[in-house]
Design a protein around this ligand. Sequence first.
Ligand code: GLU
Length: 432
Amino acid sequence: MTSPSLTDGTEAEPAPESDHESALVTARRQLERAAAHVDVDPGVVERLKHPTRVQQVTVPLEREDGTVEVFTGYRAQHDDVRGPYKGGLRYHPEVTAEECVGLSMWMTWKCAVMDLPFGGGKGGIAVDPKSLTDDETERLTRRFAEELRDVVGPTKDVPAPDMGTDAQTMAWFMDAYSMQQGETVPGVVTGKPPVIGGSYGREAAPGRSTAIATREAIDYHGGELQNATIAIQGFGSVGANAARLLEEWGGTVVAVSDVNGAIYDPDGLETHEIPTHEEEPEAVLEHDAPETLSNEAVLELDVDVVIPAAVGNVITADNADAIEADIVVEGANGPTTFAADTVLDERGVTVIPDILANAGGVTVSYFEWLQDINRRKWSLERVNEELETHMLDAWADVREQVELGGLTWRDAAYVVALSRIAEAKSIRGLWP
Ligand code: GLU
């Protein structure tokens, strides 16, 4: 089913009852706020509030006990003026069309901030991946790939891993698509294992870019990473890779957490010793540390930098006043609500937005896609060097807007993204 107006809340949006707003509401408010700082045709802004298309599919699955369950899957394609739609597929019980649209908008800005030749997409299945066996996950993924076959492809829309999906999920997706196309098409998805066209360094890339953004933010504020204390919420791929790199570069990571809670050591944790979610799920608390805290308390520690790197909507109007850090670096997508953003800004807390901080994932996805379509393989050194260059270029572009317009880092990142998208739209023109 293709339904561009599907629950995309395009009409008047009532203020959400609580501050826990949907990704779409946050994304639209951020767009409107940033548009005020850019000389952009209001028609372009209006267009960008709506996705090009939302594909909704049903995905039947025969469970191990022989019963059949039918899941709902989505692929939101927000905008492709700069290139094919790009963005992850998540498996999570709370996946909805509306959430996918909001997240696909963020992908459009993220790709534009990084100056990648991609637009924004996002999709997923409303399913709890923990309730599936490996075999069920494989069959669900293959059927999902088949249901999306008409709308994805290396020059149309290129999915990638996101919450609840990983390199193996992408391998199954790529295989199912390739089997139906009658040829191996590695460029249909990114985030694959390197042996089938994945890129070295892709898995660690969102954490690496989050660490780079943290390092640059500390430097921008006149500090030194060697003297900085950092607290990280979430010890999955983003949180763990960021933690380990920041520790390697001389930072002191005093707290990390997973859903069960946090460990805290004011002298710094040895983050390489703590198993990541992938190595051993939810095992952070099993690591020896002087103190334990709740997962939420990590955000309120008196540290230099706090990195929310788990789920969205964790910094809200309820706790924004309690954030003690000088800098928040968004490792997760959408961890700060619109209302919390305002509170943090008023309190002088710098927020480095997700579309810049965790953009290493999609940037290395772009490198992977280039390697796939050119049938080339880059070394890990080359990937990391090029990622560093892309991050520093994007950092400089956003910093320029921060300084020129006295903007927050989020508004500045949106201004960079929106200017590029608006220019592309105006040069291509509205058709017919
Ligand atoms: N899911 C990741 C993100 O939110 C990566 C998307 C991609 O690599 O296409 O940025």
